[in-house]
Design a protein around this ligand. Structure first.
Ligand code: PLP
Length: 368
């Protein structure tokens, strides 16, 4: 019996090779590898896809968040509210900007930031809110935007896991003052290396981001301010241009896989999709009280799974000094004990989804 891996990226390359190879060839032959015409074209196309004025390509999604904060002058002494139930990168980026992460609990249905918890965490030092559209499901953006506006806070969306997701028909990344994307290879829009981008409608933010990503340079060797080196390269941009054209179709395929899981799974709690939401299933995450045993049993059945994320940021040794303890964020902690991400990738065959789902059903029945 063949195994069903949790993820694999080669099938998608097979599907797109005829388009990707000439794009790569074009860049190699051009002799221009950093911040050239492909990056400019990708930025324009990525902005147009979202109906936003500016996209600025950077080296990765973590830098995208850091630079979004820095461009809005959020830094030392400022507090930024986000979740502990996220990739550690969200929190890492806040500290890279010099600000203090304030971690709050999530809504157990959507796994995204709880608006009431944001409100409770606001202090005179709060400058920004970073909701994470986790697993492909948008955060509750309407109440979050309302809170940000009422308290005059910067709103930065972390869209690293939600390219093409919508809330009330509107694409994520178009609600905040700024939005940060990662193009890490496994993302719904993934490069073949690292990459990231920031979206904004603000001309001054965009101009400053372009200089911050390039050592604060305004023209060659002239530095208006201290910046960093965080550039998207031409090869990645050329590849991303191809993949952007297929993003909606690929998200549709992810949704079809999710529908198959939804129809077969009874013994585990399946993901919810709020009625006003277009979920793009970066991950298909179920819950089960005996998660660890289920994961092990599935591995024995040849079904690969992962946990996103087993230890919330506030309980990681690295963030011990932030002052949280077990019990600080109860919904997050319970979620981390129960969640399991099932196989989900472009090229995953319907009969393999059904087989994985049957294995989940059989293993969970034994465990409950
Ligand atoms: C929610 C979230 N935010 C930020 C990032 C950071 O992206 P990158 O790995 O490109 O730095 C990631 C990806 O790892 C992510 O999943």
């Amino acid at each position: 019996m063949n195994t069903i891996p949790f993820n694999q990226l080669a099938p998608l390359y097979d599907l797109l090779a005829d388009e990707i190879q000439p794009a790569v060839e074009r860049v190699m032959a051009s002799g221009w590898f950093i911040l050239g015409p492909e990056v400019a074209a990708f930025e324009q196309e990525f902005a147009a896809y979202h109906g936003v004025k500016h996209a600025v390509g950077v080296a990765n999604g973590t830098d995208a968040i850091e630079l979004a904060l820095r461009v809005a002058s959020v830094g030392p002494g400022d507090e930024v509210i986000t979740v502990s139930h996220t990739a550690v990168a969200t929190v890492c980026a806040i500290e890279q900007a010099g600000a203090v992460p304030v971690l709050v609990d999530i809504d157990p249905q959507s796994f995204t930031i709880d608006p009431a918890a944001i409100e409770a965490a606001i202090t005179p030092r709060t400058r920004a809110i970073i909701p994470v559209h986790l697993y492909g499901h948008p955060a509750a953006i309407a109440p979050i935007s309302e809170i940000a506006a009422r308290h005059n806070l910067l709103l930065i969306e972390d869209c690293a896991q939600a390219h093409g997701a919508r809330s009330n028909g509107q694409l994520v990344g178009t609600f905040g003052h700024l939005a940060a994307f990662s193009f890490y290879p496994t993302k719904n829009l993934g490069a073949y290396g690292d990459g990231g981008a920031i979206l904004t409608n603000d001309d001054r933010f965009a101009e400053r981001l372009r200089r911050l990503r390039s050592y604060g340079q305004t023209q060659r060797y002239i530095h208006a301010e201290r910046g960093v080196n965080s550039r998207l390269d031409e090869l990645q941009a050329a590849i991303l241009r191809v993949k952007l054209r297929h993003l909606d179709e690929h998200n549709q395929q992810r949704r079809q896989i999710a529908r198959i899981y939804d129809t077969h799974l009874r013994e585990v709690m399946t993901p919810t999709e709020a009625p006003d939401v277009h979920h793009v299933y970066h991950l298909y995450v179920v819950r089960h009280g005996a998660r660890d045993a289920l994961m092990q049993a599935l591995a024995q059945q040849g079904v690969g799974t992962l946990i996103h994320y087993p230890v919330p940021v506030h309980l990681q040794d690295a963030y011990d000094d932030l002052g949280y303890r077990p019990g600080s964020l109860p919904v997050t902690e319970q979620t981390a004990r129960e969640i399991l991400s099932l196989p989900m990738y472009i090229g995953l065959k319907p009969h393999d989804v059904e087989r994985a789902a049957r294995a989940v059903e059989a293993c969970s029945r034994v465990l409950s």
